[in-house]
Design a protein around this ligand. Structure first.
Ligand SMILES: *Cc1c(COP(=O)(O)O)cnc(C)c1O
Length: 383
C-alpha cells in the first residue's frame, strides 16, 4: 500500500536520539527542547516558542493561559480536526462552530464579524452570546491543510471586541500569510509535530507568541505551575512538556523544513496538474491570503457522485492509501449540541474531500500511480 502520509527520518534523527541516550537526558530537561523552541520560533517569525507534549496539549495550554474557562464559548470553524474542539472542551468551554469560506476552507471572517456584532452584547462579564448567555472568550481560527486564513481581518475583529486569537496552525508549519510570517498575526499560534505532520517529533507541539509574559506563563503552566526548586505550586498546571527524545527527532526534522515544505508543494502541484478538471475533480483550494504549507494533498470530488469515503475504500483496494477528510464538528456527537452558524459551505464539501498519498518521501512513480488509480475509480473502471 502506498502510505497516505508517513515521515522521512533519514537525516540526523538517529544520531540525535543516540545523543539523548548517551547523555542521559531523555526527559523534558535537555538541550534539544530549547533548540527545538528556537528553531520553531525562528521558522515562524515569533519571538517566543514554548514546547508542548502535543498540538492538542499546546492548544489547551494556550486557551488556559488566555483565561478560557468553564462556561465560555470559543469561536472556531466546524471543519477541523477534533483536537481543536477537544482543547476547548478540556477548558470546560464549548466551541461556537462557524462555517468556512469556499476558497480556502478556513473560518469565514465575514460570518465571524456578523455573528459577534449581531448575536452578542457587551455585559459586565465581557462579550456575551445572547442565545446561550455564555461569554465569548477567544477566537480560534484553523489553518486547515496549512492554508493561511484572513488573519488581518480576524485580528481586527478580535481587537474590536478585545478577544485573544489562538491560531490552530498545527499543520501550517511553512505557511505564510499576506506575505508575512505567521508570527505577524494572532495572540498565539500552535503547531503540531505529530507523526503525520510535515515535520514530526514523533509527537509534540509548540505554542508560539510575541508576548514574553504570556510565554513565561505558558511554560509555567506546562510544568505543573511549579515555583522554584522545591514542591511549591501556585496554580493548577499540567505535565505538558515535550521530552528531549521528541525534540531530538524534531530538531533533525526542522533542519529539513524548507526541503519538506517544497516537496509538499510540489506534490500538491503535481496532483493538481494530473487531476483538476478531469472526471469532475477539482483541486484543493490554497486560499488567497498567502502560501499554503500544503500539508495534505488530494482532490475535491464532484457533487452528487461517490463520496470520499467510498472513493478512498476503492483506492485502498488498489493499493493506494487514500482517506476521506474530517467529518465537521457539528456532525460529531460530542459537539452536535454546540451553538453554531448555518453550514452551507462546510456541508457542501466535507464528504467530497479525498486525501491522496503525500508523504515527503513519495516517489513520482507512486504519485502517478495514485492519480491514475483515482481517475480509474472515477471512470468506473475495474482493476
Ligand atoms: C494535527 C492537528 C491537531 C492536533 O495536533 P496533535 O499534535 O496531534 O495533538 C490539531 N489541529 C489540527 C488542525 C491538526 O491538523
Amino acid at each position: 500500500m502506498i502510505p497516505l502520509c508517513i515521515p522521512k527520518l533519514d537525516g540526523n534523527e538517529a544520531r540525535y536520539l543516540a545523543e539523548c541516550v548517551s547523555s542521559g537526558f531523555v526527559s523534558s530537561v535537555g538541550p534539544f527542547v530549547g533548540r527545538m523552541e528556537e528553531m520553531t520560533a525562528s521558522a515562524t517569525g515569533f519571538a517566543r516558542a514554548v514546547a508542548a507534549a502535543s498540538g492538542t496539549a499546546g492548544l489547551h495550554l494556550a486557551l488556559t493561559a488566555l483565561g478560557v474557562g468553564p462556561g465560555d464559548l470559543v469561536a472556531t470553524p466546524s471543519l477541523t480536526f477534533i483536537a481543536t474542539c477537544n482543547a476547548v472542551a478540556h477548558c470546560g468551554a464549548a466551541p461556537w462552530l462557524m462555517d468556512i469560506l469556499a476558497d480556502d476552507w478556513t473560518l469565514d471572517p465575514g460570518l465571524l464579524e456578523r455573528a459577534l456584532a449581531q448575536e452578542c452584547e457587551r455585559r459586565a462579564a465581557g462579550l456575551v452570546h445572547r442565545a446561550t448567555g455564555r461569554r465569548v472568550a477567544a477566537i480560534l481560527p484553523v489553518l486547515l491543510l496549512g492554508n493561511p486564513c484572513a488573519m488581518e481581518r480576524i485580528d481586527a475583529v478580535a481587537a474590536a471586541h478585545g478577544l485573544p486569537v489562538v491560531v490552530d496552525a498545527a499543520c501550517a508549519l511553512g505557511a505564510d500569510c499576506q506575505g508575512r510570517p505567521l508570527g505577524a498575526f494572532g495572540t498565539v499560534a500552535v503547531f503540531s509535530f505529530n507523526g503525520n505532520k510535515t515535520v514530526t517529533a514523533g509527537g509534540g507541539g509548540m505554542v508560539c507568541t510575541n508576548d514574553p509574559a504570556l510565554a513565561d506563563r505558558l511554560r509555567h503552566l506546562s510544568t505543573q505551575a511549579r515555583v522554584g526548586e522545591d514542591y511549591d505550586h501556585d496554580a493548577v498546571g499540567f505535565n505538558y512538556r515535550m521530552t528531549n527524545l521528541q525534540a531530538a527527532v524534531g530538531c533533525a526534522q526542522m533542519e529539513r523544513l524548507e526541503e519538506f515544505v517544497a516537496r509538499k508543494r510540489a506534490i500538491r502541484q503535481a496532483y493538481d496538474e494530473a487531476l483538476a478538471g478531469r472526471s469532475g475533480l477539482a483541486a484543493f483550494p490554497r486560499g488567497r491570503h498567502g502560501d499554503s504549507s500544503c500539508w495534505l494533498s488530494g482532490a475535491l470530488l464532484p457533487e452528487g457522485g461517490v463520496t470520499a469515503r467510498e472513493a478512498a475504500s476503492s483506492l485502498r483496494a488498489r493499493g493506494v492509501g487514500a482517506r476521506a477528510f474530517y467529518r465537521p464538528m457539528h456532525l460529531q456527537p460530542p459537539y452536535a449540541a454546540a451553538p453554531r452558524s448555518d453550514m452551507p459551505v462546510c456541508e457542501a464539501v466535507w464528504e467530497r474531500i479525498l486525501n491522496l498519498p503525500c508523504s515527503t518521501g513519495l516517489t513520482d512513480g507512486e504519485q502517478a500511480q495514485s492519480a491514475q488509480a483515482l481517475l480509474d475509480v472515477m471512470a468506473g473502471r475495474t482493476t
